[in-house]
Design a protein around this ligand. Structure first.
Ligand code: HEC
Ligand code: HEC
Length: 269
């Protein structure tokens, strides 16, 4: 309580401070002259989709140049991008404002605002995203989770069997690269309520070479809850899937790359 109170004070101070620095119409005077294809856009995300793109088309209908000075958003999860900053639009000229919403860890219907500061005033654009209802994790009760954990601690490959398949295997079928990561690995490693031994792979400080990713993907770790994903060991992934996953993990900027390889476990299920 106390902490959030001070956080509010701090945030308001920050907002005032930033507001004071804004050279453009911080007063919120509505912009004139620019015509948008829509002020609100809506999208429904598919399960597992993490980056939801939107584009807003704008045209200058005024008789003189209007400059879009900058854009800002109401959330760190929303990125708005214009071709240049500032972005001058001559009469009749137009272009696209691109927005990307990061849906990771979110659910339900969310509304975010994009603030457009122009030489004639300010415009607010809105995106509305419908996300698949709460990932299974948060809806499963604890007893079920504990049962799963017990099963997995007796046999780490149990996660690919019986009714575990619905969540841990089916969503990975036919997926490659990033989508495969989200469905096969992210289900445990990116889960908000994951068990403490399940690390955030994006913040590992070592051992993220191709060899490392391939080893962990194929073999997991005996005597732990990390399963082996290769089919030879009872895992669900095809060779092509393993290849595409290793390629993604070792080249994506979201993961640390090419630090020293740690001692990895031997390949016994
Ligand atoms: C069923 C949950 C689960 C899934 C699914 C899963 N992991 Fe893991 N992973 C774990 C656990 C638990 C550990 C910790 C093992 C231990 O005790 O050291 C782990 C550890 C790891 C580590 C070692 C991290 C470290 O400590 O340095 C890597 C790398 C890894 N997993 C990669 C993956 C990849 C790649 C995938 C997808 C192909 C994946 N995991 C899917 C549960 C999971
Ligand atoms: C309804 C979907 C669903 C089913 C069915 C399911 N899991 Fe999971 N599992 C998850 C999710 C989501 C997580 C990530 C942690 C969390 O949010 O609880 C997870 C995490 C795990 C972990 C990592 C440890 C942890 O709790 O963070 C293990 C091990 C695991 N599951 C094993 C199993 C086993 C074994 C079965 C079958 C007996 C199973 N799961 C069935 C969704 C499911």
């Amino acid at each position: 309580m106390r902490r959030s109170f001070w956080m509010m004070i701090w945030l308001s101070a920050l907002v005032l401070h930033l507001g004071a620095q804004t050279p453009s119409p911080a007063t919120g005077k509505p912009a004139t002259g620019l015509v948008w294809d829509a002020l609100t856009k809506e999208a429904t995300a598919k399960a597992g989709e993490t980056d939801i793109p939107f584009t807003f088309a704008v045209t200058n209908h005024a008789a003189s140049r209007i400059t879009i000075e900058r854009v800002d958003t109401s959330c760190g999860c929303t990125i708005a991008d214009i071709p240049s900053e500032p972005w001058p639009l001559e009469p009749g000229e137009g272009g696209l404002l691109k927005v990307e919403f990061d849906a990771r860890g979110k659910s339900g219907t969310l509304t975010k605002t994009i603030y457009v500061f122009t030489s004639t005033g300010q415009t607010e654009l809105t995106i509305k995203v419908h996300l698949p209802e709460v990932p299974p994790s948060t809806t499963r009760d604890n007893s079920e989770r504990v049962t799963n954990l017990m099963l997995a601690s007796k046999n780490r490959q149990a996660v690919f069997q019986g009714k575990c398949i619905t969540c841990h295997v089916t969503p990975t079928i036919g997926k490659m690269g990033k989508e495969l990561y989200t469905t096969a690995c992210g289900i445990c490693h990116d889960a908000e309520h994951r068990a403490s031994m399940v690390k955030d792979l994006k913040t590992l400080t070592y051992g993220t070479t191709k060899v490392h990713w391939e080893h962990w993907t194929r073999n997991g770790k005996p005597m732990s809850l990390m399963p082996a994903f290769e089919q030879k060991q009872g895992g669900p992934l095809t060779e092509a899937q393993i290849k595409s996953l290793v390629e993604y993990l070792s080249t994506s900027k979201e993961f640390p790359s090419n630090v020293t390889i740690p001692a990895t476990p031997t390949a016994k299920p």
